[in-house]
Design a protein around this ligand. Structure first.
Ligand code: HEM
Length: 573
């Protein structure tokens, strides 16, 4: 077919040339012909793909497919609408009407996660993640390289190593507490929110604060210390270059704009035009890379000094992720071809800073918002946490707190920071469906044949909000749902708590234990020391998808991503 189209185009352009047409007319004629040929080719491709019969919305526009609805909806809501209407696995159109599958079918997802070499990330996602983190980072690599990297990295994220990070989680959580207290007491010149409070917003000693900013500073400091034994001092400073670079990288840099989509489909555009948003990404990642190179140099010197006996064992080398990774990498158990190169180690540093900072702070941000909306849940949680005699309980003690566990689990279900991900068929393959769907011709489809190159969206948020799994109140924030017998009603192929939040399979989130411990420690300190309320002016908060799902205020889009809350010190009466 493609050769037929090419032949038709060349014959007609030849005819135009023979007619001795004006060069501009010739060019215009060729462009129109090319466009027509493209439309015919795409229509033919769409009609003949083996999953053409899958249900889904009609394509709205040849150029933008169904992307307008995706743009205009809140994260994953368009996909949710289509799946509610047509079934758990649907087909819709992307740029130039390119068909894409979208599924929340857990049998299909489980199959793809387990056969990860047949379903790598698609090129455009690798390109975004590679630009945002690093091409050699764990988030981007696949197959044997990914397997080798994961083998060296896994122990650093094991339970024992994460338990050793408690002091860091608590030190930073208390530093955050002190910073918020100093703002409340008027002892800080930090500007606590990007827009001023409305009249009546700061009642009874409370202040309007964009809590997402402070949580992002906290988690950046945590990953610096826990990851590389380096304090970024983001909390200590009113202005921090790195924190701001990362913040912009995730806001403007990754926003779902038409230009960003074009960049991802046609990366060569970057050779002709680098948009300000793209410049933000490149500058921020370069800055992170420079940090990474310096961390590796410093750590190597420390480890060599310790190994050569120049310093006492354990006196300067910490138990941070980088130390554990570099020591594992130096182990004589590994053959040279099993080790990570220096460039790969630097790539993991950049990856951890980005993957491990934004996600946890976003989960905490939504959590404080939901607690503000649900004062009874906040009070119940505070009562449980105030009942703990210790100011710094260890992870075993924290995990034994049932309500804390349910609240954290529920936020990771309800507002999971990563709403979805993407995979791509590496070969022609049949994906089984647990939940058959009715095809466009009325027949029942219980397996989908996809050709090599088919892109598939994973509805992480959709699975976490599925009524079939979580019951009829799946769209309500309700930590007590976990008391119900028989929940979840279906088992989910996720690595944690029957949720897809951290994904499953060989590419599951390596940092999920780290994230859980960090979230719990920060929450423990904040809820014992402050109350969180919705502002009396009741700004409307909406989720905005970048790579993670961050909040912004409707009508204050110019102010960027933010979560303004009314914060007061908690005084036990
Ligand atoms: C609430 C917090 C977090 C959430 C919701 C989250 C979610 C995820 C998800 C969904 C993936 C799979 C992406 C894909 O394959 O498409 C992932 C992978 C990953 N995460 Fe997390 N993450 C969190 C925290 C962290 C932390 C704290 C770290 C590191 C300190 C981290 C490091 C990574 C890395 C390196 C990968 C790539 C793993 C691989 O492909 O082998 N994440 N995360």
């Amino acid at each position: 077919m493609s050769s037929l189209v090419a032949m038709a185009t060349s014959i007609t352009s030849g005819a135009l040339a023979k007619m001795d047409a004006h060069p501009i007319l010739t060019a215009l004629g060729s462009a129109i012909l090319l466009f027509v040929a493209l439309v015919i080719y795409i229509a033919w491709e769409n009609a003949t793909i083996p999953y053409a019969n899958l249900p889904g919305p009609p394509t709205e526009s040849f150029i933008w497919g169904n992307l307008r609805e995706v743009f205009e909806s809140m994260p994953s809501l368009a996909q949710r609408r289509w799946m509610n209407e047509h079934g758990d696995t649907v087909r819709y159109s992307m740029l130039l009407s390119k068909p894409r599958l979208c599924t929340r079918d857990i049998t299909a997802m489980s199959f793809m996660l387990q056969h990860d070499s047949d379903f790598p990330k698609p090129y455009f996602l690798q390109n975004i993640l590679g630009k945002t983190t690093a091409p050699l980072g764990l988030l981007v690599t696949e197959g044997a390289v990914h397997h080798r990297q994961r083998r060296v990295l896994n122990p650093a994220f094991g339970p024992a190593s994460v338990k050793g990070m408690d002091p860091i989680f608590f030190d930073k959580a208390y530093e955050l507490r002190d910073k918020l207290v100093s703002i409340l007491h008027g002892e800080s010149n930090d500007v606590p929110s990007p827009t001023p409070p409305a009249p009546g917003d700061e009642a009874k000693g409370g202040r309007k604060m964009d809590i997402s900013k402070y949580l992002a500073q906290t988690t950046l400091d945590v990953i610096g210390l826990a990851g590389f034994d380096y304090d970024f001092h983001a909390l200590a400073q009113t202005h921090n270059d790195l924190a701001e670079a990362i913040f912009h990288l995730f806001s403007e840099g990754q926003a779902l704009t038409k230009l960003n989509i074009l960049y991802n489909f046609f990366p060569w555009i970057a050779y002709f035009y680098v948009s300000p948003a793209r410049r933000t990404i490149l500058d921020a990642t370069e800055k992170l890379k420079q940090y990474g190179i310096e961390f590796v140099r410093r750590k190597r010197r420390q480890i060599q000094a310790e190994y050569s006996g120049q310093v006492e064992k354990g006196s300067i080398v910490g138990r941070d992720l980088l130390t554990l990774l570099m020591k594992a990498n130096m182990s004589s158990d590994l053959r040279p071809d099993q080790k990570l190169t220096d460039a790969e180690v630097v790539a993991q540093i950049v990856t951890f800073i980005l993957a491990g900072n934004e996600t946890s702070s976003t989960a905490l941000t939504w959590l404080l918002y939901r607690l503000s909306q649900n004062p009874d849940i906040q009070k119940k949680l505070r009562d449980e946490l105030l009942g703990v005699p210790d100011d710094r309980p260890d992870q075993d003690a924290m995990n034994a707190l049932p309500y804390l566990d349910k609240v954290v689990r529920e936020i990771l279900r309800f507002d999971g920071p990563v709403p979805g991900t993407e995979r791509c068929a590496a070969r022609d393959i049949v994906i089984p469906l647990g939940q058959p769907v009715r095809g466009r011709d009325g027949t029942l489809i219980d397996a989908v044949t996809v050709p090599k190159g088919t892109e598939i969206s994973f509805g992480i948020m959709e699975v976490n909000h599925s009524k079939d799994i979580w019951g009829d109140d799946a769209d309500r924030f309700n930590p007590d749902r976990y008391d119900r017998a028989g929940l979840p009603m279906k088992s989910v192929p996720g690595v944690y708590g029957n949720l897809l939040t951290f994904l499953g399979g060989p590419h599951n989130c390596i940092g999920y234990r780290f994230a859980l411990a960090e979230i719990k420690a920060v929450l423990f300190v904040l809820v014992r020391n402050f109350t969180f309320d919705i502002l009396p002016s009741a700004p409307v908060i909406e989720p905005k998808t970048t790579i993670v799902m961050r909040p912004r205020v409707v009508g204050e889009e110019e102010a960027g991503l933010q979560m303004p809350l009314l914060i007061r010190e908690y005084i036990d009466e």
